[in-house]
Design a protein around this ligand. Structure first.
Ligand SMILES: Cc1cc2nc3c(=O)[nH]c(=O)nc-3n(C[C@H](O)[C@H](O)[C@H](O)COP(=O)(O)O)c2cc1C
Length: 203
């Protein structure tokens, strides 16, 4: 068993997995380009299908010229709190790759899986460095392509808010009461030996 203040795991795991949670409260503290690159560096060491590394990252730091443009791409409910983050990072992937041998373009069918892995690495490195991250699928993807100058052949997945975690009391309603570490389903409902059973999902 491992535990942090409010989360307990059923089996022993490193505390980083419990310490990472997606708060919506951020302090005013900025993140430096160097610090952000440490998180991006970790993200790009994620495994990917055939080492295709389809992930691309487009970021803005709060207070920079591009900040309002980045915030405007977020769904209104995410703008409320994510505008106070120290950085916003859009995560996109390339949909096709060119074979070095034949020069032919071929699809990258695992690009979404690869993006998720990179996002996880990013979040864990951020946690190790004392930063909070919050992934948002609530974004306007068409606007993202326009505002970030993303051509066809790429898919925009999420924006990630990054910064130092503030006290949840700093959030407006109704975000304040929701700003607590969530729990997880018991592993026994998710793990099967030998054969899968959908029984738990039907109830
Ligand atoms: C792909 C993805 C999309 C998400 N989109 C949003 C979002 O648009 N807005 C939001 O407030 N949280 C969003 N979240 C955060 C999840 O709600 C959160 O990760 C989940 O409830 C588990 O909580 P935890 O990250 O604190 O452990 C998203 C998370 C993921 C992984």
């Amino acid at each position: 068993m491992s535990a942090t203040t409010q989360r307990t795991s059923g089996h022993p795991i490193d505390k980083i997995f419990l310490d990472r949670w997606s708060s919506r409260a951020f302090t005013d503290e900025p993140i430096s380009v160097e610090q952000l690159h440490t998180l991006l560096e970790a993200a790009h060491w994620a495994p990917s299908s055939s080492n295709s590394q389809p992930w691309r990252f487009v970021y803005s730091l709060r207070g920079s010229n591009s900040w309002q443009r980045f915030v405007s791409i977020l769904a209104p409910a995410n703008q409320v709190w994510a505008q106070h983050a120290a950085a916003l990072v859009f995560l996109l992937t390339k949909l096709e790759s060119r074979s070095p041998n034949s020069g032919q373009l071929h699809p990258l069918p695992m690009h979404v899986f690869d993006a998720g892995t990179a996002s996880g690495f990013f979040a864990l490195q951020a946690t190790l460095k004392g930063f909070n991250t919050h992934v948002m699928a609530g974004i306007d993807r068409e606007l993202a392509k326009l505002e970030l100058n993303i051509p066809d052949g790429y898919e925009v997945h999420v924006a990630i808010a990054v910064g130092k975690r503030a006290d949840s009391a700093t959030l407006p309603d109704p975000y304040r009461e929701r700003d607590v570490p969530s729990s997880r389903m018991p592993l026994s409902e998710l793990v099967f030996e030998g054969v899968f059973s959908a029984q738990a999902d039907l109830t």
